[in-house]
Design a protein around this ligand. Structure first.
Ligand code: GAP
Length: 439
């Protein structure tokens, strides 16, 4: 398995992820997505949205505000319960989450620790120009609450019948005590959450359904099954709103850790918001003629963690032997829908204007349909290696034969390195067919 340092270095060198504000020494746990990273993360969000919202008649989408009424967080229980136990080392002054520690001494220097005190991890801010208690508000720590407080609006607008879901992708903020492991735990991150409203009594069945669906989703996009596992939470460790939670965990270089959580939130959120707002947040069940408060099953994933897992799992180093020479190549074996660049067009000789022009025209034509790169800044062998290292699916080479003889180009497959020669006009339909294979 690849170590974290290798991935962090590759991310910086190839433009996936940079330390935020690096020229000022960086700011703890904030990262910026570079030219390839932004494309990678966008692909992660696009496939989630396609599979969890667009292709399902029972799920609709929402994009709610990050700053909500402070009463939302009072009613939801976040003001009271969204806390972590914090301890300080009396010697080296480092801070830790008490529930992460195995011993009662400081893991860094062995020093004595303070008593644990509860620390609310919501980011507090002020709405408007006056910084007083009346203008206190919070950056949302989860996207889910935007869905609950819009339950009645969505029901009235869509006339959905149970079971139905509402999906949302957006930024969330948590003042984590111990951020770390690159983009695994940061203070600003993106979530992909879906709240699935069901009839009470059917919730356990739907919980099982969503645990399986979500596990298989990662496998569908190429994550190796042996690197994934399910971990049901012990009853005493459940969040304040949950009746049952199962995490999908990934075997990160630093050990098994959460990738996504699926929770049975019961009727907790709709009930508390209905009570606090005085508004009815129920569903009229025609069969029984009664207003009921639905139960909620919530698959909650992180876009940053998913992008990180796709990167880690795609990473491969392979020995390539040609005759009596062998060489190593690094390749990111991304799923076709996840790869940030689909094709690269490379002229074999950059000092031949007709090759360059043909290659540039082909790249421009392919760019209308999918992300395509043009590159002529090195020898062909080196260009192939560069594209392999960022996971580009196909390299298309324009050579002298293309322009002087047969109008054909070479298409090289990233994984097999096999090359086929096809007519230049056939390149776009060929790649489109491959990319749309399971549409
Ligand atoms: N609404 C439920 C909820 O927020 P969670 O398990 O706290 O549940 C869901 O968060 C997902 O969001 C996690 O599985 C993870 O992928 C992502 N996530 C949570 N905290 C994060 C952090 N500090 N940095 C990066 N991703 C985070």
């Amino acid at each position: 398995m690849v170590d974290m340092e290798t991935i962090v270095n590759l991310c910086k060198a190839r433009g996936f992820v940079f330390q935020s504000s690096e020229i000022y020494g960086g700011i703890g746990s904030s990262y910026d997505y570079g030219p390839l990273g932004v494309a990678l993360k966008r692909n992660v969000k696009n496939v989630w949205w396609r599979d969890m919202v667009e292709t399902r008649d029972d799920i609709v989408g929402l994009d709610s505000a990050i700053i909500m009424h402070p009463k939302v967080w009072e009613a939801s229980g976040h003001l009271e319960n969204f806390t972590d136990p914090l301890v300080d080392c009396k010697e080296c002054k480092q801070r830790f989450r008490a529930d992460d520690l195995d011993s009662e001494r400081c893991p860094a220097c062995g020093g004595e620790l303070t008593e644990a005190r509860m620390f609310n991890t919501m980011f507090k801010t002020f709405m408007g120009p006056v910084e007083d208690e009346a203008s206190v508000t919070y950056l949302r720590p989860e996207t889910a609450q935007g869905i609950f407080v819009n339950f009645a609006n969505i029901l009235a607008a869509t006339r959905k019948k149970l079971p139905f879901g509402v999906g949302q992708i957006g930024k969330s903020f948590r003042n984590e005590i111990t951020p770390g492991n690159f983009t695994f735990r940061t203070r600003e991150f993106e979530q992909m959450e879906m709240e699935y409203f069901v009839m009470p009594g059917t919730d356990e069945e739907w919980f099982e359904y969503w645990v399986n669906e979500r596990f298989n989703w990662y496998v569908k996009y190429g994550v190796k099954k042996e690197n994934l596992r399910l971990r049901p939470h012990e009853k005493e460790k459940l969040s304040h709103y949950s009746k049952a939670t199962t995490d999908i965990e990934y075997n990160y270089p630093f050990g098994w850790g959460e990738l996504e959580g699926i929770a049975n939130r019961t009727d907790f959120d709709l009930t508390v918001h209905s009570r606090a707002s005085g508004k009815q947040l129920t569903y009229f069940d025609e069969q029984s003629g009664q207003h009921i408060t639905p139960y909620v099953i919530e698959p909650a994933a992180g876009a940053d963690r998913t992008a990180l897992v796709f990167l880690l799992d795609a990473y491969d180093v392979e020995t390539v032997t040609k005759g009596d020479k062998s060489d190593k190549r690094t390749v990111l074996r991304f799923h076709k829908d996840i790869a940030p660049v689909k094709a690269a067009v490379l002229p074999l000789l950059r000092n031949r204007p007709e090759l360059v022009e043909t290659a540039k025209n082909l790249a421009a034509d392919l760019q209308k349909c999918f992300p395509t790169m043009y590159d002529d800044t090195a020898s062909i062998g080196r260009l192939y290696r560069r594209q392999d290292e960022i996971g580009t699916l196909w390299c298309i080479t324009v050579d002298v034969q293309t322009v002087e003889e047969d109008n054909k180009v070479t298409v090289r497959d990233r994984d097999t390195m096999l090359q086929i020669r096809i007519n230049i006009e056939q390149v776009k339909p060929y790649l489109k067919k491959e990319l749309e294979k399971d549409c």
